[in-house]
Design a protein around this ligand. Structure first.
Ligand SMILES: *[C@@H]1O[C@H](CO)[C@@H](O)[C@H](O)[C@H]1NC(C)=O
Length: 362
């Protein structure tokens, strides 16, 4: 009695594992049926290619009557069959080689006994004999017709799940623009141009419509975001850039587009702008001045009042600003430029040249 305790407690876990394995096998087998058909299709495609490739081949060359007889013998020979079968699978394709091994004798049966009556190898082998495929427009273990019928699965507007295989559930995945179980309905943004019980043509609305009943911007039922109805009941672009307050930051300009807008960075030389480049500034950034409508750099170093006022200082202009550095042979010490000590001069000359203060503040 004591020993049954732990075993009983393990039972649910065991059941769970068994269920998991079964579930896995069921889902795997379902997917397997589709891929088995794909493999079979590849095999029969390669068979037909091999058949064509060996059509002009004999046992050897020549065209004497004796060779001719040999050739006609080759056409239906076991040797030709073997040559074709050799090229059916890539050596790396496990599924293909497994299927081929399992059914190798069937190729011989077909080659010698069925070929004349059943010339379509795919139909005879994949669909009727090993039953991994179905005729086009049908699916599942019993090859039932797809939604919409086998001639036009999903009414020509989608793909039937498992179409042509023994797998799948026959449900439609509709092409873009269509929806519904049988792909006859139009999605939002599309309108029905033609429709009856078996046929449907959905066409895209004008870009300004969310939903519509026709192709122009006057046929909208509802405007898309970024568009609004004008006094003729047509959807037209909203100019977001003329809104108050403006939608962009101060160092950006606004670009209106159909149904939307974007904010772009102003040129660095601007303080606010109406467009791209240095000639669309509302004002110039500090360090820049307006020269005939374009913001250009101010050369602080060539102003009448010197900006680098310490002794032995040089002014160097750069974009939007300037720097004061100590002249050659001098280095910065406590805000002044002092002569570089003789002994260190050579080693540190580069360093002292680089010593610089922004905006003249040493
Ligand atoms: C449905 O419309 C299509 C295309 O216009 C047409 O070919 C078909 O015969 C129509 N079917 C019916 C049942 O009216």
């Amino acid at each position: 009695m004591l020993s049954t305790g732990p075993q009983l407690r393990l039972l649910p876990l065991l059941l769970f594992c068994v269920t998991l394995v079964l579930l896995f096998q069921v889902t795997y087998a379902k997917r397997d049926l589709k891929s088995a058909c794909v493999t079979c299709q590849q095999i029969t495609d390669n068979f037909n290619k091999g058949f064509d490739r060996t059509a002009k081949q004999g046992f050897g060359g020549g065209n004497t009557a004796w060779e001719e007889r040999k050739l006609s013998k080759y056409e239906t020979s076991e040797i030709r069959l073997m040559e074709i079968v050799e090229g059916l699978c890539d050596s790396s394709s496990f599924e293909c080689n497994r299927m081929l091994e399992e059914h190798e004798d069937l190729f011989e049966t077909w080659w010698f006994k069925r070929k004349t009556k059943h010339p379509d190898l795919h139909k005879w082998f994949c669909i009727e004999t090993i039953k991994v495929c179905c005729p086009k427009g049908t699916f599942g273990p019993d090859c039932n017709a797809c939604v919409g019928g086998s001639d036009r699965p999903c009414h020509g507007n989608g793909m039937c799940d498992g179409d042509g295989t023994r797998g799948g559930d026959g449900k439609c995945s509709c092409d873009h623009g269509y929806e519904g179980e049988s792909c006859l309905d139009c999605i939002d943004g599309y309108f029905s141009e033609v429709r009856n019980d078996t046929f449907s043509l959905c066409t895209g609305c004008h870009e300004s419509c969310k939903t519509c009943s026709g192709a122009t911007n006057q046929d909208c039922d509802e405007c898309k975001e970024g568009w609004e109805e004008d006094d003729q009941e047509a959807c037209v672009d909203v100019n977001e850039c003329s809104k108050d307050p403006p939608p962009c930051e101060e160092d950006q300009y606004c670009l209106n587009t159909d149904g939307s807008y974007s904010c772009k960075a102003c040129s660095k030389v601007c303080a606010g702008c109406t467009g791209a480049g240095p000639d669309n500034c509302q004002a110039c950034a500090s360090g820049y001045q307006d020269t005939e409508g374009t913001c250009t750099d101010i050369d602080e170093c060539s102003q009448p009042e010197p900006v680098c006022s310490e002794e032995h200082q040089e002014c160097i202009n750069n974009k939007g600003s300037y720097v004061c550095i100590c002249s050659k042979g001098y280095e910065e010490e406590d805000g002044k430029c002092v002569e570089t000590p003789q002994s260190e001069k050579d080693e540190e000359s580069e360093e002292s040249e680089a010593t610089a203060g922004q905006h003249g503040e040493l």
